[in-house]
Design a protein around this ligand. Structure first.
Ligand code: NAD
Ligand code: A1AUG
Length: 546
């Protein structure tokens, strides 16, 4: 008989320190050596078969040492895309017929494997392939992905338990069916955890998936699918196709069976996909669910009462960890003049001292930008700032791509609160500060208005203030300016189960990855009403004669 089970109560995966002398430091060095010296011929994984398609070959390199090749992928062709969709379709009946517990067990086992023997493999692949410091890789590839897998199971169980009431003689039930068709997961370069979550969240809810990771993240993506196989994920449930995704979208977006897109990446790409789907809307069996978490121009606004050390730390960690390549990274700051005068020298000296370099040297704070395109975009932003009246480079502004795609942590000062540098996502280590005159009456309220209206995004933001009235004013004035709002903290580093993550406006559909809200997008509920004493006469009592 089927039991009503309870899934394990999740807790956040502890973050290892990798301090000198720690056992994890020894283990990660071994894993880094293994991955760096064994380049992979990366296959597509379709219906459980590892196959090398006929598409162009693309090298995946270490961004901080671009001569070092970690592997070679192939751009998926139309044939590869069709095969992946067919494999997902073929696997669907058996996968959705499995009990929730059976599906959940695959992800819980994957989480345990990642917490144990697979931990350093995924962390090292993320360090080398995406140029993350060991600390940044640790909070991503093992910890956040483990949390996604464990917490999603817990939240999914809550969804299944959410049932309607029943009146006497009736039993009402909600059946949480998977979507009819396949889900297309398209994932970004910057988080291996997001890459692992986007295909697995719909799979947990009973869907089968075509997964197209970012080319730059494909080494870690490959290890993720190997890990899922080791955890018992049946063939065809998640089908990995590599490369640019152009051909995959041409096939997937014109397939009537497309049931949903689970996307994280730039606003531009998501809008492109949305437009294509709009154009094809009459051709689908239903209305594809579109879930997209996209760009940001994330802010820190400081009040006159802000603690200088708190503000400095929030700015440095928020803007320059992972070279500013988090969608949540602080990239515009509003600092009162009275405070800026006191903190400028210490702040710029600390920024100047940040070390970016080869991430295998664990003493470094950060690494390089992901690729040449990102490097050139940030170099152009710096040179534009240098040439623009009213914009000053307070610190940084240097770059060098001879070995890796390195851009120094840079702080710009912009007189104009709507200068391009205050409104455009550069996705690199550039923080623009606007210093406002806090001696004028109503200055804080005015600056909150500027924060709200400057950029089209609404992803993350922070207020730094000790005066409670300022905290309240910012929380209220910026209600729609960020989907993740922080008080006296940096705007990055959301933890699954603690700060559900996502933003609105141009930043996405705000479906909060790693929460119940996201999982609900991957089910289509059926209401079942069963009547135990059905009516046998159509006439109502009021129809009787007096
Ligand atoms: N809001 C969030 O949760 C969040 C999280 C991480 C990153 N981001 C955003 O992601 C961006 C950086 O990531 P990126 O450079 O990987 O973004 P991107 O849009 O360039 O790429 C994202 C993914 O889309 C793929 N892609 C691009 N065109 C495609 C097409 N026509 N068909 C299929 N796939 C296609 C890419 O290959 C990649 O896998 C930033 O804007 C950042 O803010 C947002
Ligand atoms: N969830 C991450 C950001 C993900 C986007 O890149 C954070 O909160 O810093």
């Amino acid at each position: 008989m089927d039991a009503i089970t309870q899934v394990p109560v999740p807790t956040n995966e502890p973050v290892h320190s990798y301090a000198p002398g720690s056992p994890e430091r020894t283990r990660i060095k071994t894993a880094l050596g293994d991955i760096a010296t064994n380049p992979i011929d990366i296959p597509h994984v379709i219906g459980g078969t590892h196959r090398h398609g006929a598409g162009d070959r693309v090298d995946v390199v270490q961004p901080h040492r671009h001569s070092a090749v970690l592997g070679t992928l192939r751009n998926a062709t139309h044939d590869d895309a069709s095969a992946a969709i067919e494999a997902a379709t073929a696997a669907a009946p058996e996968w959705r017929a499995l009990s929730f517990d059976d599906r959940a067990a695959v992800l819980l086992r994957a989480a345990d494997l990642l917490s144990g023997p697979w931990r350093e493999t995924l962390a090292a692949a993320t360090m080398l392939g995406q140029s993350k410091s060991v600390q940044q890789a640790e909070i991503d590839a093992p910890c956040e992905l483990i949390d996604f897998w464990r917490f999603n199971v817990h939240f999914a169980r809550q969804i299944l338990a959410d049932q309607p009431i029943s009146s006497p003689g009736v039993w009402n039930r909600l059946e949480y069916r998977p979507l009819e068709g396949f889900v297309y997961a398209i994932t970004p370069f910057n988080f291996s955890a997001i890459a692992g979550n986007l295909p697995t969240a719909p799979a947990l809810m009973g869907n089968t998936v075509v997964w197209k990771p970012s080319s730059s993240q494909t080494v870690a993506a490959y290890w993720t699918i190997k890990l899922l196989e080791a955890a018992g994920m049946p063939p065809g449930v998640i089908n990995l196709v590599t490369g640019s995704g152009q051909a995959v979208s041409e096939v997937a977006l014109s397939d009537p069976r497309l049931a949903g897109i689970h996307f994280t990446g730039s606003t531009r790409t998501f809008q492109h996909l949305w437009r294509q789907i709009g154009e094809n809307i009459g051709n689908y069996a239903g209305y594809p669910r579109l879930v997209g978490e996209t760009g940001g121009k994330d802010f820190v606004v400081a009040h006159t009462s802000a603690d200088e050390d708190v503000l400095r730390t929030a700015l440095i960690r928020g803007a320059f960890e992972y070279q500013g390549q988090k969608c949540s990274a602080a990239s515009r700051a509003y600092v009162p003049k009275s405070l800026w005068h006191r903190m400028r020298d210490t702040f710029t000296a600390e920024v100047d001292a940040l070390t970016y370099g080869d991430v295998t040297d664990l003493e470094n704070f950060g690494g390089a930008l992901i690729d040449r395109r990102a490097y050139e975009k940030n170099v152009a932003a710096i040179e534009r700032a240098r040439a623009t009246t009213g914009v000053e480079i307070a610190v940084g502004g240097k770059y060098d791509d001879s070995v890796g795609y390195f851009v120094r942590p840079t702080v710009l000062l912009a007189d104009d609160p709507v200068d391009e540098a205050m409104t455009t996502e550069y996705f690199g280590p550039i923080l623009t500060v606007h210093v406002y005159d806090d001696s004028a009456p109503g200055a804080f309220a005015d600056i909150l208005g500027a924060v709200d209206s400057a950029a089209p995004y609404a992803l993350t933001g922070a207020v730094i203030a000790d005066d409670r009235r300022a905290v309240e004013a910012a929380t209220s004035a910026l209600r729609f300016t960020a989907g993740n709002f922080y008080v006296n903290d940096k705007p990055t580093g959301a933890v699954v189960g603690q700060q559900p993550f996502g933003g609105a406006r141009a930043s996405g559909t705000n479906d909060k990855a790693g929460s119940k809200l996201n999982l609900l997008r991957w089910v289509s509920a059926r209401t079942i009403k069963e009547t135990f004493s059905p009516a046998t006469d159509y006439r109502y009592p009021h129809m009787g004669s007096e």
